[in-house]
Design a protein around this ligand. Structure first.
Ligand SMILES: NC(=O)c1ccc[n+]([C@@H]2O[C@H](COP(=O)([O-])OP(=O)(O)OC[C@H]3O[C@@H](n4cnc5c(N)ncnc54)[C@H](OP(=O)(O)O)[C@@H]3O)[C@@H](O)[C@H]2O)c1
Length: 178
């Protein structure tokens, strides 16, 4: 689970752990990773692994490092959850350049590269699930959220095999539609 130490990602960790799955959490802050991993192990009796990574970097080395740390773990479900928005809705030209890079690297690059790393073993096993955390803001070009809305995955699909099909879906939760 990327971005699994807070918010929706942490909720995914807890729901999956409650069903007996061991969890790998990939996130930025080591202290939050440790606390979340301990919490999951204590509450659900599962095994956790943590990988510290800052997806804003968006470099090839970042993903090589994640791949190396994942090693030969069998990943049954990849939750591409990590995502960033602006601090507040802004006109495109008023968004700091660093925030634009963050939207692209965290929201788009992480989904693409994490899937690229993990999907091959799923294909070999003919079994696996990739969940991409979208946003209703990706459904239309949104004023004041132009880069964010463009960067949220809506339909990520590999054309060469019908089984490898990733598309956005609705999840109705108490907090609304995600
Ligand atoms: N919340 C909403 O209303 C909403 C609505 C629609 C869609 N979404 C989507 O749902 C997903 C989760 O949103 P959320 O609101 O639950 O997020 P959140 O509460 O802000 O949680 C963010 C998580 O991602 C990690 N993270 C943030 N930046 C990171 C980075 N650069 N590298 C690695 N990890 C990073 C955080 O770890 P650290 O604290 O260590 O940085 C934390 O674990 C996102 O993709 C978002 O676009 C959210």
């Amino acid at each position: 689970v990327t971005g699994g130490t807070d918010g929706i990602g942490k909720a995914y960790c807890r729901e999956l752990a409650a069903r007996g799955l061991n969890i790998v959490i990939i996130s930025r802050s080591m202290d939050k990773l440790r606390v979340t991993a301990e919490e999951l192990e204590k509450d659900f009796g599962i095994v956790t692994s943590i990988i510290q990574a800052d997806f804003t970097e968006g470099t090839r080395d970042l993903y090589l490092n994640i791949k190396e740390q994942l090693g030969d773990k069998e990943i049954g479900i990849l939750v591409n959850n990590v995502g960033v928005m602006y601090d507040y809705p802004s006109l495109f030209l008023e968004v700091p350049e660093t925030k634009i890079w963050q939207c692209i690297n965290v929201n788009m690059m992480s989904v693409t590269m994490m899937t690229y790393i993990i999907l091959p073993e799923m294909v070999k096993r003919r079994r696996g699930l990739v969940i991409n955390m979208s946003s209703t803001s990706s459904f239309y070009p949104l004023p004041l959220m132009a880069a964010y809305s463009a960067s949220k995955v809506k339909n990520f699909k590999r054309e060469n095999n019908g089984d490898q099909h990733h598309s956005a879906g609705y999840l109705e939760s108490e907090q609304g539609v995600v």
